[in-house]
Design a protein around this ligand. Structure first.
Ligand SMILES: [Zn+2]
Length: 510
């Protein structure tokens, strides 16, 4: 018997990217979109095209890049929004227009300042307009879970009649509990004529920690599309996590006799890539992708695990692509071995980037006894797309310790010219950041985040540093890695600054 399919709609690049500090560059969005496409996401919501020229460009470039997934563009119930979305997704292999309007009394009165009848008219008009560009139109009732039931039925009926093939009922503010949320779907299925002509969809926020529970309750009550994000990123407390809803259904087929198109072995890689790009690390005890999600520390558990893994393991680490850290390469490994490793890890680098990577790998191998997959991945993450950066790190000397003052001597290559600075600071990191600011002044930018974590265990582990800068309300995240935490900090700051420079040129008037 063929199992019923649940559509996985990923909104990491829209709802997720919208959350404070999570903004991604165009290249980063393209990388994420490729990974989501490869992992089998059915629909990728790539952005909100009318929101900004950058959003528009991201949606249209993703539409050109992605091979299989449907690309959705979000728009309000306005002609200009719908036209922008239609234009942005034009080149996608499969296109969806996703239009929404608020339907709760509170939102209609204060946010929209529209009468309910006018909202119903806007639904009919917006869905019909969207249908001029594609047959695949999704309509969302913003704040749907707080909408008056009779009115919600009327809105849904209107949207279906106008041609919407997916009806999404978001719990926009994360207020619903699983029973209430499920009851909404049951109600729509019993009361709305032609409900069988559209797919019902869940979209849940995690303000009370029940986004995943609500999503699954919605599925049990007849929803067949789940809107979710990688690592559960999103506005405020975030959205339902893709990896959690997918693994819940996979691990409990008795409760959820459905299938998804997701290759679950891609989960770990996609999760890590997103954390690196955004600097939003995952809590260690997070379900499915946390560092401890598959760790068994207590003696009793370990004993059981050794006798039979199923005693304490409901899903295997391999099923989410978590393979044992392998000691992979050493001091004597050559270019060929590194190239093979890259292939295994699923990376393709151009020649310049590969040569740079090889140099850095040799340096690392001299300083670190054992090199794991994570080390190589971190180096690659650092290398991708940086060869064109205007500011390049050259050298750093630090004087630190209790006797003070701490001093940084820095050499950077800026547009092909070597430039030096020697600065004092309150601690070595402050001294380094001052030196960078002296060479490349950027007085309007503010440091929002400085975060360090160790890539592997051991005191010779590489440090991975994230630096977030904000300028004119725009944020960028930079990453740097090195066995020397201070060098990693310097690289991370420079990376963020390069992104800021790109952002400035992009937003400058033509
Ligand atoms: Zn949302």
């Amino acid at each position: 018997m063929n199992k019923e399919r649940i559509t996985i709609f990923d909104t990491t690049l829209r709802d997720g990217e919208q959350s404070p500090g999570c903004s991604m560059t165009l290249d980063e969005k393209l990388r994420m979109a490729r990974l989501l496409d490869e992992m089998g996401v059915d629909v990728i919501e790539a952005g909100f095209p009318i929101a900004s020229p950058g959003d528009f460009e991201a949606v249209s470039r993703i539409s050109e890049t992605v091979k299989t997934s449907t690309i959705a563009g979000l728009c309000r119930a306005k002609d200009a929004d719908i036209e922008a979305a239609a234009q942005a997704i034009e080149k996608a292999p499969r296109k969806r227009i996703h239009t929404f309007i608020s339907t709760s009394p509170l939102h209609m009165k204060y946010k929209l300042q529209m009468e309910p009848d006018a909202v119903v008219d806007a639904i009919a008009a917006s869905v019909a307009k969207a249908r001029q560009y594609t047959d695949d139109v999704e309509w969302s009732a913003e704040d749907g879970s707080r909408t008056e039931p009779d009115f919600l039925c009327r809105c849904v009926e209107t949207a279906i009649r106008a041609g919407a093939s997916t009806i999404n009922i978001p719990d926009t503010v994360g207020y619903a509990m699983p029973e209430d949320y499920a009851a909404l779907f049951t109600m729509l299925r019993t009361r709305v004529p032609d409900m069988d002509k559209a797919v019902l969809s869940v979209h849940c926020h995690n303000d009370l920690g029940v986004a995943v529970a609500n999503s699954l309750a919605g599925v049990k009550a007849g929803a067949r599309q789940i809107e979710c994000t990688i690592n559960g990123i999103g506005e405020r407390a975030g959205n339902a996590a893709l990896e959690e809803v997918v693994m819940a259904m996979r691990t409990r087929p008795d409760a959820f006799p459905y299938e998804t198109g997701i290759d679950t072995t891609a989960i770990t890689k996609v999760s890590r890539t997103l954390s690196t790009i955004t600097g939003f690390s995952v809590q260690p005890n997070k379900a499915v992708v946390g560092a401890n999600a598959f760790a068994h520390e207590s003696g009793i558990h370990q004993d059981g695990m050794l006798k039979n893994a199923q005693t304490y393991e409901i899903m295997t680490p391999e099923s989410v692509g978590l393979v044992k850290s392998e000691l992979v390469l050493g001091k004597h490994s050559g270019r060929h071995a590194l190239k093979n490793k890259l292939q295994d890890l699923g990376y393709k680098l151009d020649d310049t980037a590969f040569q740079d990577l090889f140099q850095r790998f040799k340096v690392l191998a001299d300083r670190k006894k054992t090199i794991f997959d994570e080390d190589i991945e971190t180096l690659i993450e650092e290398e991708i797309g940086r060869e064109k950066d205007r500011i390049q790190f050259v050298a750093l000397q630090i004087q630190a310790g209790t006797r003070g003052p701490q001093v940084a001597e820095l050499v950077l290559d800026v547009d092909g010219n070597a430039q030096n600075a020697k600065t004092e600071g309150n601690g070595p990191v402050d001294a380094i950041f001052r030196a960078i600011r002296e060479i490349v002044p950027h007085p309007d930018a503010h440091l929002q985040l400085y975060q360090v974590h160790a890539v592997t265990g051991g005191t010779d582990a590489q440090a991975e540093v994230t630096v977030r800068l904000e300028e004119d309300g725009k944020t960028v995240n930079g990453q740097g890695a090195d066995v020397d935490t201070l060098v990693a900090s310097c690289r991370a700051y420079i990376h963020a600054l390069n992104k800021l420079l790109t952002k400035r040129t992009r937003s400058a008037p033509a």
